[in-house]
Design a protein around this ligand. Structure first.
Ligand code: DGY
Length: 420
């Protein structure tokens, strides 16, 4: 199809401006009325395409909510909004300077900061120097509290960002959400419930929040008994990548990066523990039982983004991407659990495509990277800046006017002058 690139650029910039609340950017108004951690780092990358100072502010605002233990929460509740559940009263997480959730999210901020610094080293140097110790403290928090055999675990499905992925079905089934009580979801009043997690999932999400609250969000106490702890490819690959990017920032600033070298070695070994030989792919592994989830997900293909060669994953990638018109599906289309509309159980997400595409290109798989970029551009041009998309039909799903989809367009998916 012919694509009006200028018009799409304008639309993407307008979405970022429209979701800007002054220093931070909503993922989309209504459904997500606060600052979300990884959404915000992608927003920074989007702003960097046309307003670099505003991009740095986005990351600085995110780190203004950092906890004394280094953790950067997955949601910062800057201003109360009754349209969202669970809000700050439910989380009861008052350890940081800003009301927040009590868990984190995949750490993409260092990678955004590196891209921004390299785009304009002179203007970015002071901003990057201000963020460096904060990024280091956050990455150290993961290394201190979230490792299992060197792979990075999540303690809540929301921590992976892939809330209802089949990867967690086994671990979630082991939770009996006894005493969770009555509550009113707000997500299903903003979008079609068929596109959102089920009530069974939600009961467990809330039960885990209530438990964290009872334990005062104290990592040491929470580690004494872990009802949910899954080593996750999203977290492991993204943190490994982020450590490499943080090391590059440190080197550019003349900092000592020996500690980061050690972390990279640990995570490289940890990534190997996610390789499920039976499945022939990287997979989530329940840290409590040692069982693999037997799930090929879009996160499995973040191996290249993590800087691994992983040649054995190429055939898996080719099979999965050939199975639908608009890859990369968040769950294997050949699996009985595949659902093309339900959030992380099948739909395609632009941010995953961008990270997978970057990784493919860096590992020398240029043709695959370019095909993925092109299909993502088609998806956005044909179906708009939706939160996620049906991988079979391309139909838009979830929230509209979505910040990270706009950012993906501006920073990666839009055809460059050469590709037109
Ligand atoms: C939600 O509320 O659906 C979010 O995914 C939690 O982070």
């Amino acid at each position: 199809m012919t694509m009006d690139i200028g018009k799409l650029d304008d639309e993407a910039r307008n979405i970022l401006r429209g979701n800007d609340r002054g220093g931070y950017t909503l993922p989309t108004a209504g459904l997500y009325p606060y600052q979300w951690n990884w959404d915000s780092a992608f927003a920074a990358r989007g702003f960097a395409a046309f307003d670099a100072p505003r991009a740095w502010v986005e990351l600085e605002t995110l780190f203004s909510g950092q906890w004394p233990n280094g953790m950067v929460p997955h949601i910062l509740f800057h201003k109360p909004d009754p349209g969202y559940f669970p809000g700050p009263d439910v989380w009861g997480a008052d350890l940081g300077p800003i009301a927040s959730s009590g868990i984190s999210q995949p750490p993409v901020a260092a990678s955004a900061a590196r891209a921004m610094l390299e785009a304009d080293p002179a203007a970015g140097r002071d901003r990057a120097a201000g963020l460096f110790p904060k990024l280091l403290a956050w990455h150290r928090w993961f290394m201190d509290w979230r490792l299992d055999r060197g792979a990075v675990c999540i303690t809540h499905p929301w921590e992976a960002g892939r809330d209802n992925a089949p990867d967690w079905d086994g671990a979630m089934a082991a939770i009996d959400p006894v005493g969770v009580g009555e509550y009113t979801r707000r997500d299903t009043s903003h979008v079609n419930p068929e596109m959102r997690p089920t009530k069974d999932d939600y009961d467990r999400y809330i039960w885990l929040v209530q438990r964290g609250r009872r334990l005062g969000w104290d990592e040491a106490r929470m580690l004494e008994y872990t009802p949910f702890r899954v080593a996750d490819p999203t977290m492991t690959f993204i943190l490994l990548r982020a450590q490499r990017d943080l090391r590059a920032i440190g080197q550019a600033l003349g900092e000592d990066t020996a500690e980061i070298d050690g972390w990279i070695a640990t995570l490289e070994a940890g990534a190997e523990t996610l390789s499920n030989a039976r499945l022939g792919a990287f997979d989530a592994r329940d840290a409590r039982t040692g069982e693999f989830a037997d799930c090929v997900s879009s996160a499995s293909f973040l191996c290249w983004y993590a800087g691994l060669e992983a040649p054995e994953m190429l055939a898996v990638y080719d099979r999965v991407t050939a199975a639908c018109r608009y890859p990369v599906p968040s769950h294997d289309p050949d699996s009985a659990k595949f659902n093309p509309r339900r959030y992380w159980r099948g739909p395609t997400w632009g941010i995953l495509n961008m990270m997978i595409g970057q990784g493919l290109a860096e590992q020398g798989h240029e043709a695959r990277a370019e095909a993925l970029r092109r299909v993502t551009a088609d998806l956005i041009a044909e179906h708009g800046f939706a939160e996620y998309f049906d991988p079979v039909t391309g139909a838009p799903a979830g929230g509209k006017a979505f910040t990270w989809t706009a950012a993906v367009w501006l920073t990666w998916a839009r055809p460059s002058a050469e590709a037109v």
